[in-house]
Design a protein around this ligand. Sequence first.
Ligand code: ATP
Ligand code: MG
Ligand code: MG
Length: 550
Amino acid sequence: KEVISKNFIEQIIDKDIEEGHCKTVQTRFPPEPNGYLHIGHAKSILLNSGLANKYNGKFNLRFDDTNPTKEKTEFVESIIEDVKWIGGDFEDRLFFASNYFEQMYEAAIKLIKKGKAYVCDLTPEEIREYRGTLTEPGKNSPYRDRSIDENLELFEDMKNGEYPDGSKVLRAKIDMASGNINMRDPIIYRVARMTHHNTGDTWCIYPMYDFAHPIEDAIEGITHSICTLEFEDHRPLYDWVVTELEYENPPKQIEFAKLYLTNVITGKRYIKKLVDDGIVDGWDDPRLVSISALRRRGFTPESIRMFMELCGVSKSQSSVDYAMLEYCIREDLKLKKPRMMAVLDPIKLVITNYPEGEIEYVDVANNQENPEMGSRQVPFGRELYIEREDFMVEPPKKYYRLFPGNEVRLMHAYFVKCENYITDDQGNVLEVHCTYDKATKSGSGFNERKVKGTIHWVEATTATKAEVRLYENIVDEEKGVYNEDGSLNLNPNSLNILKECYLEPSFGEAKRLDSYQFLRHGYFCVDSKDSKEDNLVFNRIVSLKSSYKP
Ligand code: ATP
Ligand code: MG
Ligand code: MG
């Protein structure tokens, strides 16, 4: 019998239901529309939507768009696409925090009326000074004891645009001596003339994150507001806001550890810099781990979900190996994708005793481990392409592939024996000449002699030509992601473009995002941006070799 162990968040939810704090579960994913989502966000999406699913609850996608400076409509669209693709099923539960500005304003007035908020005229520098330090308590603002009426009037004037940007703020009246600096009369509203992508110029005051977020959660009936560990210190303020505003079923904040991948750039800020500096080809460059980049590279939602399952949910910070993600995509594609022959670094092989101009078809299983995938007919003839590295003039010991005098199997076809080769003036091999033995055809049962090497090939006159892009980590793994000054250590060889590759002719039908195993090379996917019908471009998703042991 399967043992189902629950993560710490599920244990909290179970207890909340048992003790009657909530009946249903409602979660949300609250991205700021200021960039593209990355694999870290995928964790949060799958965690939140997964909990809603497990408890038969609801999952909201909510744009946390209360800070107009960096927000763009372009990001809203890409985020919606990415959340859907990864499997965060929000149905029609799409919300914008900016639609709650009016309610937030009213909430602020409620606090003022309760004597729990005041308008403060200190400058930003003075506010910082008065705030104190970790070891020293803060000092009360001289404006802290303004009357409720005065505060109401001043706050309304702030809203009506009577004060310049930054000249006045509204602060929660909590405790300037609190051991938690977040509780030392935090700012909850500021004056800022900014055009908002949703509300335009309606507002010249905007709420601060710590005030806005719990209100957004409460308005939507969120039961468990799941966020990352850096907000742990903000939880007392979150609780203060929902308590003082007297919400009937206040939401509860729970923190978990962010997902970090070793030697991988995830931060929006850093990805943006690579994009802005033109080092990568946009947010969906296949070397990045933004969700759009993973999709373009050929990762599947299933593989990313499997990865998140393996990572688990925890409260302690750790870093996961990228090899684990690679393991998941191999596992996902292994039985689903056809295994085809593709020559990435071609040289010609001529079978001198094969009839000129003749083509025969060999029957090849599409996936040797999955017979349900059927088979296909692959053309074979006198002129083939093989990999340059599968032939050597002077082979080292234990090299079992082609060299003068040696015989190998051409996968799914015949034994060929190397008789000769042609070079150019510099000694580069141009052609390998072989003879074949008709009796050795694959599947014929021939067993009079054996060969040690098997190599793949593509028939030259019918081959589909393609461009193939091989990737390495964009980070220099020897040096680590960041330099001391915060700059990135980049690997100059992260992209290797092979312009002249030859594939079996059935690749002619390859479509956007189709993926395949190229025998001996790994898994590859049609590039959704640059591939054209008459100029196929493939991305290597992952090689076949693995450094990860499950
Ligand atoms: P980044 O700084 O990496 O760009 P962010 O936290 O600024 O991310 P938001 O749009 O504010 O991006 O994040 C939306 C949600 O995704 C938040 O609840 C946040 O906690 C969560 N999240 C962001 N990064 C990670 C991560 N690496 N692992 C898990 N959750 C994450
Ligand atoms: Mg953020
Ligand atoms: Mg951030």
